[in-house]
Design a protein around this ligand. Structure first.
Ligand code: NAD
Length: 501
């Protein structure tokens, strides 16, 4: 048997119970749903993977009620105990990492070489926030002449977590781990295109000792279950990862109930390569940051800004890389780019092949779909693009890179900043002064110099402009899931104005 055949057999064994029974909601520690369903299908060939319970207003109401009822006991549990529970969740994820990775590959089309690491990163997220749970409430002592002023943090209450389809398990842990560590209870609404593994996280959490109602799962469509979650009066805050225009909708939907929001949204991130850069490393990083994870990653460098003197050589070598990338079944260990998530998304990505032609760009590699029923496209490089073109402005969210030449440092910064987004940027130069100047001028939440995106959990993660509001990571996550509380204790008998005395 080939490695692919072995992996397919294993994946099928993991999928069997979902194929047979479907994926139900998990509300208050019980399975709910089973009257209305939708389907999740394989990006590889369109085959049915599983039926998923379709939740709406009623299920969200039940889940929010459960999260509300479970909140006081979870909030009041000692931080040290929550820490133990969260570490047990991490243990459970590690034990089931293969199952999670294989099911994610089937459901999302992402290649196993990346998804196996993504599942383990989910465990790391839980460990990181577990270790901070005991200190989450710490505050300051700010004495004044008449008062001892102390601050503390308290969990905000039940929160809604709404996640996208690209790396669903890992992204959900990124939100759910700090929320639980802070003492919040959660209602999770995963993306309708890749919902299977969210259910596994609930199972692991319950086995680890998370009480019923602390983590609830409602599946369904954004405009039904997602909308109801953002409008529910018992839900205090919404942590959302997804498209910028969905973020706008959620802000409107949550206005009536004054929701606190945390948005991680889209990007059109520049990778800027100056002529003095280490060319080999820049080439590796540019290829990795657009063609790994099918280019379906918010931090992908989908715009390549190359200094004009090296543009032709650099893009020719990159086109050669694109043509050599192994496109194939997501469970084949050799695969570097798998099928895109869904036929609807392929239509969107492929429409940019036409746009590029119409705008007069050169298709230096790819620019076509692969024949067959699956959602496969070739890794693509557009060259000769101008900054104002749609292919250089809009988030394509596929394995599609747009290269734009620049003449000077000032041009590079202007082009980099000339989009609505501001999530990440990547700068390649051996000139330290230039790196300092350029990074200070680029409008982005995160910038890497001479590196690809290397996530370090204590650092802030998030974007500016249309790429988001708020930061994850380190203590920033707790700032979102918790409220600051101030208490002033009089230290003596200071004079109080006596009205009407
Ligand atoms: P999407 O916005 O279409 O959907 C995300 C989630 O929102 C889904 O669960 C969906 O059901 C839900 N949703 C849709 N409409 C809703 C509504 N009206 N009310 C409430 N919920 C609603 O995004 P997607 O297509 O699933 O994911 C791709 C996008 O996610 C890209 O733009 C990508 O850049 C972004 N993303 C950002 C980050 C980041 O950290 N900045 C990370 C990953 C993905």
């Amino acid at each position: 048997m080939s490695a692919l055949e072995i992996n397919l057999a294993k994946a099928e064994a993991h999928l069997a119970r979902f194929r047979d029974d479907g994926v139900r909601h998990r509300i208050g520690g019980a399975d709910v749903g089973g009257t209305e369903w939708f389907e999740t299908t394989s990006p590889h060939d369109g085959a049915l993977l599983a039926r998923i319970a379709r939740g709406g207003v009623a299920e969200i109401d039940a889940a929010a009620g459960s999260a509300h009822a479970a909140f006081p006991a979870w909030r009041d549990m000692a931080g040290a105990e929550r820490k133990r529970v969260l570490h047990r969740i991490a243990d459970g994820i590690e034990r089931r990492a293969e199952e999670i990775a294989f099911l994610e590959c089937l459901d999302t089309g992402q290649a196993l070489r990346f998804m196996s690491k993504a599942a383990l990163r989910g465990a790391e997220n839980f460990r990181f926030f577990a270790d901070r749970a005991e200190r989450a409430r710490d505050g300051l002592n700010l004495p004044s002449p008449t008062l001892m002023n102390v601050t503390t943090r308290v969990p905000i209450g039940p929160v809604g977590v709404i996640t996208p389809w690209n790396t669903p398990f890992m992204l959900s842990t990124w939100k759910i781990a700090p929320a639980l560590a802070a003492g919040c209870t959660v209602v999770h609404k995963p993306a309708e295109f890749s919902p299977i593994t969210a259910r596994i996280l609930c199972e692991i959490a319950e086995e680890a000792g998370v009480p019923p109602g602390v983590l609830n799962l409602v599946n369904g469509f954004g405009e039904e279950a997602g909308k109801a979650l953002t409008e529910h009066p018992l839900i205090r805050a919404i942590a959302f990862v997804g498209e910028s225009r969905t973020g706008s909708m959620i802000m409107r939907q949550g206005a009536e109930t004054l929701k606190r929001v945390h948005f991680e949204l889209g990007g059109k991130n520049p990778c800027i390569v100056f002529a003095d850069a280490d060319m080999e490393r820049a080439l590796d990083a540019a290829a990795f940051m657009i063609w790994s994870l099918n280019g379906e990653r918010c931090t992908s460098s989908s715009r390549l800004l190359v200094e004009a003197s090296i543009h032709d050589e650099f893009t020719a070598r990159l086109a050669d890389r694109a043509n050599r990338i192994r496109v194939g079944h997501p469970l084949d260990p050799e695969t570097e780019v798998g099928p895109l998530i869904h036929p609807v998304h392929v239509e969107k990505v492929a429409s940019y092949f036409e746009t590029a032609r119409a705008e007069g760009a050169i298709i230096a590699a790819g620019g076509e779909r692969l024949p067959g029923p699956g959602c496969y496209v070739r890794p693509t490089l557009f060259t000769g693009a101008r900054p104002e073109m749609a292919i250089a402005q809009e988030e394509i969210f596929g394995p599609v890179l747009t290269a734009i030449p620049f003449e000077s440092e000032a041009d590079a910064v202007e082009i980099a900043n000339g989009v609505p987004y501001g999530l990440t940027a990547y700068v390649w130069t051996e000139n330290l002064s230039r790196a300092l100047r350029v990074t200070s001028k680029i409008e982005a939440g995160m910038i890497w110099v001479n590196a690809e995106n290397v996530r370090h959990l204590p650092t802030p993660f998030g974007g500016v402009k249309a790429s988001g509001i708020g930061r994850d990571g380190g203590d920033w996550s707790f700032e979102f899931y918790m409220e600051q509380k101030h208490v002033g204790f009089a230290t003596g008998r200071h004079p109080i104005q006596r009205l009407g005395a």
